[in-house]
Structure formats: structure tokens, C-alpha cells
Ligand binder design. Structure first.
Ligand code: CTP
Ligand code: MG
Length: 390
């Protein structure tokens, strides 16, 4: 294995003072921890991601990690950031990666390009950290706040994560620091310096700020809105005819009925319409294009996998589903008693809050093929938010 990443999330977030630790707060509907994990889990050059958490928050981690690839089993952090890093390194030791990236979960806006720079720099020059020039003048003050001197700003850098190291040397350095009770290092670069390693810098990112105070979350919300400002909506429509049977499946919910919907898959007309609407937002064709009816694999298939696939395509674009709205058109069965179960099911499949799923039903006043009870139709619209890519 060449590159592993440690995502540190075992802190208490005391300065943010938000109740639960800051890494479990959501920004734009996604937890800070999930954003940070996703960044590395989705990066093609990172083979394994090691989350470090406080085991008291295991269920929050499970939620944040759900569906992400390349994640290792989480390990418990320690009383200091440094101890948490060591726990992460020890847990990766058996995998013997060549390089390790160490990242604060509290920096959810690092970009894939920044991770690329970290890997390129560590491979070429060894231990390295992202750094930015300091814009403000920096002064040293005494206990009373009186200025004692003004530092030379040109020689100062503001330091970020992910910091990158050759794995074995940084593990050895951390073990030595722990054995010597040197437990005061603010970051891994400082510990590496103490161990005698040469630490280089590469260009950081202004957007890769660390969520530290409650105010930082306001900035984060604004940044999220700005990042995902390519808002798109599209529609989907589907019809299935009735045949003999005793139930229908709508929105993944089985409803007893005197007839069954005929189709190659489970004929879940509602999930098909929603899937097509989502595919429409990214101009990715239609459901038949992705799951050809001629392919025996989709015979009697449960339609949640079609919806999941469309959701994953949006996620792969760095996008997020903002809202789903659908209408079922039929004379029978009655939809209202099952609408809440359908909404919950659709929300779970799409990985969004149930408040972002709307479901309505109507008859067609006995007019037309729907009015004659020959089948069920569904129409849907999806709204997604994508990062601007052009
Ligand atoms: N961290 C950790 N283990 C610790 C302390 C911190 O894994 N014992 C992690 C935090 O979860 C965070 C990162 O290290 O992702 C950077 O630390 P910091 O921003 O200081 O977070 P907290 O220590 O949680 O916040 P505070 O210092 O305000 O309490
Ligand atoms: Mg801290």
C-alpha cells in the first residue's frame, strides 16, 4: 500500500462550544466528519483511510462513514491530538503504507488538488506540510497584552493539514516522543522537527481553514452554498401496466392490491420516475440506459439499486441532492396511508433527510388509461446542487 490517511476526530471541540464535538455538526446537511472522510476515501491515490474517534461517538462515526469506500475500522483517540495521531499510526502499522497523510477532521474543505500536492511533495522531498503566507502583521505580547516586538512576516507561515510523512519514520518519531513523555506537540510537523527530520512546505489553501469557533460555522455554511451553487432540476416520468397479482411495490413499500404492476424489474414506477429525474440533473441519460431491460441481471430486481446508482453518480460529481418531489397517478390503491413509509424509504435510499422528500398522489378523475385502472404512473422532479466544473 502506498498512501494511507489518518482523519483525526477524537477532540471535544471545546472552543466551538456547540454541545456535541464540532466534527459531528452538519454543514449543508452533511457532517464535518463525513466531509473530511469522503475527501480521502474518494481520492484515487489514497488506499486506506483511518478514522480516529472518541468511542463514545461510535454511532456518529458509523453514520458519517456509511457507504464510503476504503475506510479502516475506527480506533480510539487519546487525551491529546498527538496521542490520537499515534493511535492512528499504530493501527495502520500492520498495513505498512509507504506514506501517511495526517488530517484534522475539523478541516472539511481541503480539496483533492491539495491532497495531490501533499502526496507529490512527500514523495519528492519527504516530511511536508501545507503552509500559507501570513497576511496580518504578527506581534509578540507579554502577559498584560503589551507589545514586546513585531515579527518578520515574510518568514512566517500559517500551517494546515494534511501533513504528509514517510510512514515508518513518523511512526518511530511518535513512539519516541511518547516514550520520552514529550506530549506537547501541536502538530506532527513539530514532532518531526523535534525528531530531527527536515520538514518542507507546499502551498496550502485559504479555503482549508480549521473549524475552531462557533463563528467558523457561519463561514462554512456560506462556503458550502458557494461551492455547490450549480443548482439543477430535472423531471422523470414512468408508467407500468397492471397484470394479475396481489400487491404492488411503490417507493420500495409493498402494498396489498388486487393486481400487480408488470415490468422487467419489480416495476416500482415511483422509484423509476425519481431515478430518471436524478439522472436528468446530471444529463446522464435514463434508467434504461444504465439498466437495460434486455439484461437478465435486472429481472425482478429491487428498484432501490437503480435509485442508489443515480444518487452515487451525483455524489461522484461532488454534488448533493437538495430535494425530491413526486406525484403518483392512479385510481387505486390508496396511497395516503403509505406515503410516510415511502418518503422515509426514499430518503434512506437517497441518503437525505426525509424533509427533502415530498410525495403526492392524485387520481385522474376516471379519465384515460389511468382512470380505467389499467396501470399506475408516477412523475418526479429532482433538484441537485453541483460544484461548478467548467
Ligand atoms: N483531536 C483528536 N484528539 C484529541 C484532540 C484533537 O483527534 N485528543 C482532533 C480534533 O478532533 C480535530 C483536530 O484534532 O479534528 C484538531 O484539533 P482541534 O481543532 O484543537 O479540535 P479540538 O481539540 O476538538 O477542539 P478544542 O481544542 O477547541 O477543544
Ligand atoms: Mg484542541
Amino acid at each position: 500500500m502506498r498512501v494511507a490517511a489518518i482523519v483525526l476526530a477524537a477532540g471535544t471541540g471545546s472552543r466551538a462550544g456547540l454541545g456535541a464535538p464540532k466534527q459531528f455538526r452538519t454543514i449543508g446537511g452533511e457532517s464535518v466528519l463525513r466531509r473530511s472522510l469522503r475527501l480521502f476515501a474518494a481520492h484515487p491515490r489514497v488506499a486506506a483511510v483511518q478514522p480516529v474517534i472518541d468511542p463514545a461517538y461510535k454511532s456518529q462515526l458509523d453514520e458519517a462513514a456509511s457507504g464510503l469506500p476504503n475506510l479502516q475500522k475506527s480506533v480510539a483517540g487519546g487525551a491529546t491530538r498527538q496521542a490520537s495521531v499515534l493511535a492512528g499510526l499504530e493501527s495502520l502499522a500492520s498495513k505498512a503504507p509507504e506514506f501517511v497523510l495526517i488530517h484534522d477532521a475539523a478541516r472539511p474543505f481541503a480539496s483533492a488538488a491539495l491532497i495531490d500536492r501533499a502526496i507529490d511533495t512527500v514523495a519528492a522531498h519527504g516530511a511536508t506540510t501545507p503552509a500559507l503566507p501570513v497576511a496580518d502583521t504578527i506581534k509578540r505580547v507579554d502577559h498584560s497584552g503589551r507589545v514586546t516586538d513585531t515579527l518578520d512576516r515574510s518568514a512566517l507561515r500559517s500551517i494546515q493539514t494534511p501533513q504528509a510523512f514517510s510512514f515508518q519514520p513518523i511512526l518511530d518519531a511518535h513512539r519516541r516522543a511518547a516514550a520520552a513523555d514529550h506530549n506537547y506537540f501541536a502538530d506532527d510537523a513539530a514532532l518531526a522537527e523535534w525528531a530531527g527530520m527536515t520538514v518542507t512546505t507546499f502551498e496550502g489553501e485559504a479555503g482549508n481553514f480549521k473549524l475552531t469557533t462557533a463563528d467558523d460555522f457561519l463561514r462554512a455554511q456560506a462556503m458550502d452554498a458557494q461551492l455547490l451553487s450549480d443548482v439543477r432540476s430535472a423531471n422523470g416520468f414512468d408508467v407500468h401496466a397492471f397484470g394479475p397479482g396481489d400487491h404492488v411495490v411503490l417507493g420500495g413499500v409493498r402494498i396489498a392490491h388486487s393486481r400487480e404492476l408488470v415490468g422487467h424489474s419489480d416495476a416500482d414506477v415511483l422509484l423509476h420516475a425519481i431515478t430518471d429525474a436524478i439522472l436528468g440533473t446530471i444529463s446522464a441519460g435514463d434508467i434504461g440506459h444504465h439498466f437495460p431491460p434486455s439484461d437478465p441481471r435486472w429481472h425482478d430486481a429491487a428498484s432501490d439499486q437503480f435509485l442508489k446508482h443515480a444518487v452515487q453518480l451525483v455524489a461522484a460529481r461532488g454534488g448533493r441532492i437538495a430535494h425530491l418531489d413526486a406525484t403518483i397517478l392512479c385510481e387505486a390503491p390508496k396511497i395516503a396511508p403509505h406515503a410516510e413509509a415511502m418518503r422515509r424509504n426514499i430518503a434512506a435510499i437517497a441518503g437525505i433527510d426525509v424533509g427533502r422528500v415530498s410525495l403526492k398522489a392524485t387520481t385522474t378523475e376516471r379519465l384515460g388509461f389511468l382512470g380505467r385502472g389499467e396501470g399506475i404512473a408516477a412523475m418526479a422532479s429532482a433538484t441537485v446542487r453541483l460544484p461548478w466544473s467548467d
